[in-house]
Design a protein around this ligand. Sequence first.
Ligand code: SF4
Ligand code: SF4
Length: 374
Amino acid sequence: MGIPTGKKLGFGMMRLPLTVPEKLTSIDLPQVKQMVDLFIKRGFRYFDTAYPYHEGLSEETVRKCVVERYPRESFLLADKMPIVQVKGPEDYERIFAEQLRRCGVTFFDVYLLHNLGRDRLPNTEKFGGFAFLQKLKETGLAKNIGFSFHDDAEILDEILTAHPEVDVVQLQINYLDWNGAVAQSGRCYEVVKKHGKDVIVMEPVKGGQLATLPETAMKLFTDFYGDAAPSPASFAIRYAASLDRVKIVLSGMSALEQVADNTGFMQDFVPHTAEEHALAEKIETELKSAIRIPCTSCRYCMEVCPKNIAIPNYFALLNLYAVTEKKTETYYQRYSMNHGKASECLKCGLCEKNCPQHISIRKLLEEFAALYET
Ligand code: SF4
Ligand code: SF4
């Protein structure tokens, strides 16, 4: 049936505002309610959540801030099955029932297998993941089915060839990854297009990396726009939304101002011009020389780390150091107060198996420990 939406911006409920910095369960509910109200008031209606976001509290937050405050027909809700936690066919039913309960709904508009890729495909097939999706659709428990994906274009093509029943694929698309060898945004998009499926975009601002551009890239930006320069984040979101198969671009909004900015330029969405597209390519080239570790802060590594090491936070500090050559000790002290230190890494490699960006986490943590702990 396709996603019934007029506006292309979706509200990703995975980086919600917090009352205690770094404490993912301390969601600032009054602010989230204000954000939701503004989003809906401006005519947007797509919300995206998932089982592990905010250590399990994102779905409940959707219920409190959206579901219990707006009629069901006034919003669209997407949720995802955490296939990494599925150990047998019965887990699909159990987790799905829990998700309906947590969200307080009787169906999802979009339901996805979360973070599918080459590694997770065998178990997903073995435990009947796709058959489960199809059953949800036939019984009306999910209006559109598909999967979110972080792997290469070749395996994506294989999955879509084997499973023409899916309606939609959620892909990481942003101008920094468009030609990238890891996320392969461009190649994956072409595969989905070839199979005639809809695309939902995640990480259009690459975990915030495209929201604050380094000086040299910023100069290209302001030279192009002059005094009327939009925010770099809006430029990145419009880039992804300009692709014709894209139905929704998700933005993980963390503050009311971000909702105001995003809904402002996406209300009467204007696609990138050819000149803006060329500018994105120039900025991509510039940034590739500046950003060292392509971490998107998705935190999938932390879900499996036995030492609860704050991997994305430490990588953000390494990225900063690469540009500024300055250490920011206070941040490290704060992060390591409630998380494992980099030097506590057991080298088990579980994090690397779960990292969609295929980052050499163990090696970089060693480097980080040498910089910050000696
Ligand atoms: S290798 Fe280190 S950082 Fe990765 S999961 Fe194991 S302990 Fe955690
Ligand atoms: S290291 Fe990988 S898995 Fe961990 S937050 Fe960064 S991109 Fe995500």
